[in-house]
Design a protein around this ligand. Structure first.
Ligand code: PEP
Ligand code: MG
Length: 760
């Protein structure tokens, strides 16, 4: 393809955009009526790209597009040509929010002829949406009589201009008062989004951003020298922080290279020059960063090479950081109002725990899967979570009303009254359901054919212990001790650990508690833990591997556990066991701590039982050997499924791809159950997936009798257990399971419903 260079002057594209933006600034600053200003702008833009026609359409609250200004079309058409939603090429640009380019508009299938505009002789068409906060506020259109191709540089320039037009339209500097109000109304229309339901529950509240967006700022600079100075200072601070990051990290050569590349990017002169010239053209430093970031994002969405995309991603991140330096805004957590629903791209479990639990009512994340640790914590503290909707971050503003449904994945930003009232009703219904479960809490978890199923809860904080009596669960099947390590700003002292374990045991009122030693590493890492970068942290240095290599963390923890459980039964569970030999090292460490207490004449727990988590495929394969070293076993289904299907549990794309209710995986689990039975060791299932009763039915069918699930799931689980018969489940699995392997969830659900099982 030959690149069409229609520009008459020899200036470089970047310099040309700068010149145009400068002109636009002068026009907006002029003392003129809004219409005169708009007309001036259309003229300037048309000249810049040598277009015969330049028009600006503005979206109206009724979703139509009104022609607000034109150079080249008939003047009478201004304010009288109104396109319906999606009508014609212009309407398409608005609906799709993407540029549309065609060399022969009348031949395009979406073309709609409007005689009053006098556009008959026009052929080439370039339409670009005026995007702001994820919404199209209008369309900027360029047309030429001749059938021509617009060059990439021209398209890029027009996009930059459109971004700026949208910004000044929103800031009130472009249109008259009524039109500005209309734009504001569009920006604040109610929005309904649909994401992935991760943690159930309904919440209504106000939007708070985990990472506060840049505060509102002016588009055009009042003092260019001052803005340049601010930009230079922010760049300097940014470079210093990147240098500091590099100096602090103790990375291996390969990983270091990546950071070095990041530093190179931060120092990139081309980037700095683009920023400076954007300020020179009259933008504030903040707008300059946003504009260059916008151009960069467009390139990123079009780049095919993964390498280039990665680098552009770095640049996006750097722009974000630079903006923070400029606005001196908080990088994290704005002060929470009552009933806050927090929005974020991603969040670690520690971040969530830092929030005031009384205030945070819900969570909307762009990325988080049901078994990610942030989801586990959200579930533990009863915070509904919806994920997979990054658009929410652009569409919502801090302080907006918002309603989320963690059962369906629906999110309503600025909900209408009807939505609010239906959400309030749903919330009420949920409370009633919870009350009904509470009334059933003392009923035995026994199947129709008299088999006892033990229901335990997953916990991680002393506060979770209240769920024991509230749900009537038989104990804690998994106490995730790492949460204490993740909340603080430093490694918790032995005394603090001992106090927590002691409190937990006291609160358990003699029900058993299985303490899992800190499963750190992977996505469970706090800021104070200096960690080397790993390409695959989930399969990296984590869990028992870390404990075995560096007993500095696990030994004090074992000491704290032994001291806290004096005179009681102590259950210790080791995470991420891969080989039997790791279990023997861990056991030896425990024995050493027991010996020390004995030598010192200190009392010991009444009984000590040691368990192994079965969450790697290798541990299922060698369960006989691991069982020899353990008193009990516990399947960590979240990790086991992640490794079995080779599908990252934290990635939204891979998470929902494989249903653990799958014939192969179930038979793999069956092997673990049979291995444990053969070795005479009790085995439980503590992955969050067991909260799903249809999956749990299959687990019961393959022989599991003990489950540790989130407290919120206990009521429904007990009701389910009491509605089925183990014999029937086992028969179904043996006789129909293989045939149902095409769609096991569907077939098993049909079977369960047919038997009157309590599944929703
Ligand atoms: C699991 O992997 O299933 C498990 C229970 O451990 P965690 O979710 O804490 O990794
Ligand atoms: Mg695990």
């Amino acid at each position: 393809m030959t690149r069409n260079r229609s520009f008459a002057d020899p200036m470089q594209p970047a310099a040309r955009i700068t010149a145009l933006l400068r002109r636009m600034h002068a026009i907006v600053a002029n003392d003129a009526t809004p219409q005169e200003r708009l007309d001036e702008l259309t003229r300037a833009i048309a000249q810049h790209v040598s277009a015969d026609v330049c028009s600006i359409y503005i979206r109206q609250p009724d979703e139509s597009l009104e022609l607000y200004s034109t150079l080249g079309l008939k003047r009478e058409a201004v304010h009288s040509t109104v396109l319906a939603w999606g009508e014609g090429l212009v309407g398409q640009v608005c609906v799709t929010q993407r540029p549309l380019v065609t060399a022969d508009a009348p031949l395009h299938p979406a073309f709609a002829y409007r005689p009053e505009t006098g556009e008959d002789p026009l052929h080439s068409f370039l339409g670009v949406p005026l995007l702001r906060s994820g919404k199209a506020l209008g369309v900027l259109v360029l047309q030429n009589k001749k059938s021509r191709r617009y060059s990439d540089d021209e398209i890029e320039a027009v996009q930059a201009v459109a971004t700026l037009l949208a910004e000044i339209a929103a800031s009130g500097e472009l249109l008259d008062e009524t039109a500005t109000r209309d734009v504001d109304e569009i920006l604040h229309l109610p929005e309904r989004l649909s994401g992935a339901a991760v943690v159930p529950g309904v919440a209504i509240g106000t939007v708070a951003f985990h990472e506060a967006p840049a505060p509102r700022h002016r588009v055009f600079s009042r003092n260019r020298t001052e803005d340049l100075k601010r930009l230079e200072a922010a760049l300097e601070a940014l470079l210093a922080s990147v240098d500091d990051m590099l100096a602090r990290s103790k990375l291996e050569a390969d990983s270091r290279e990546v950071l070095e590349a990041y530093r190179l990017f931060a120092n990139d002169r081309g980037w700095h020059d683009r920023l400076r010239s954007a300020v020179q053209s009259g933008l504030t430093a903040e707008s300059a960063v946003e504009r260059v970031q916008g151009e960069n994002r467009t390139r990123m969405s079009e780049a095919r090479s993964p390498y280039l995309r990665e680098r552009l991603h770095d640049l996006d991140d750097l722009s974000y950081r630079l903006l923070r330096h400029l606005t001196a805004g908080p990088i994290h957590t704005e002060a929470l109002q009552e009933d806050a629903i927090v929005l974020a791209r991603t969040m670690g479990p520690a971040d969530l725990l830092e929030y005031d639990r009384d205030k945070i009512k819900g969570l909307v994340l762009a990325e988080a899967s049901p078994t990610s640790h942030v989801a586990i914590v959200a579930r533990a503290i009863g915070v509904p979570l919806v994920s997979g909707i990054g658009e929410a971050l652009a569409l919502a503003e801090s302080g907006d009303a918002i309603a989320i449904d963690g059962d369906t994945g629906e999110v309503f930003i600025r909900p209408t009254e009807d939505v609010v009232s239906s959400f309030s009703q749903k919330r009420e219904l949920q409370s009633e359901r919870q009350a009904a479960f509470a009334r059933e809490r003392d009923l035995p978890a026994q199947t129709h054919d008299g088999v006892e199923i033990e229901i335990l809860i997953n916990a991680g904080l002393a506060l979770d212990m209240a769920h024991l009596s509230a749900t009537g669960a038989a104990g804690v099947g998994l106490f995730r001790t790492e949460l204490q390590f993740l909340i603080g700003t430093q490694l918790p002292r032995v005394s603090a650990q001992q106090k927590l374990y002691h409190d937990v045991l006291e609160l358990s009122t003699d029900k058993p508690v299985v303490f899992r030693t800190a499963d750190l590493g992977g996505d469970k890492s706090a800021d104070y833990m200096e960690r080397e970068h790993e390409g695959n942290p989930a399969m990296g240095w984590r869990g028992l591997r870390m404990a075995v290599d560096r007993p500095g963390i696990i030994r004090p923890q074992l000491r704290a556990l032994l001291a806290a459980a004096v005179g009681r039964d102590l259950y210790i569970l080791f995470p991420m066991v891969t080989l039997g030999s790791e279990m023997s090292v861990a056991r030896a460490l425990l024995d050493k701590e027991i010996d020390i207490r004995r030598q010192r004449g200190q009392p010991l727990p009444r009984d000590i039982k040691v368990g192994a988590m079965i969450e790697t495929p290798s541990s299922v394969w060698r369960i006989d050997e691991i069982a020899r070293q353990a008193d009990f076993l516990s399947v960590g289904g979240n990790d086991l499924a992640q490794f079995y299907f080779a599908a990252d549990r934290n990635s939204a794309q891979t998470q929902r791809r494989y249903d653990p209710l799958e014939w192969g995986f179930l038979n793999f689990l069956k092997r673990a159950v049979e291995g444990a039975d053969a070795a005479g060791r009790p085995i439980s299932f503590c992955g969050e997936q067991a909260a799903d009763c249809v999956f749990a039915a299959a687990l019961i069918a393959i022989g599991l009798r003990r489950f540790s699930i989130p407290p919120t799931a206990v009521g429904a689980f007990r009701r389910f257990v009491r509605s089925v018969s183990v014999g029937e489940l086992r028969d179904w699995f043996q006789n129909a399971g293989a045939a149902a392997s095409e769609n096991m969830r569907r077939d098993l659900s049909i079977f369960l419903r047919g038997r009157g099982a309590a599944i929703e």
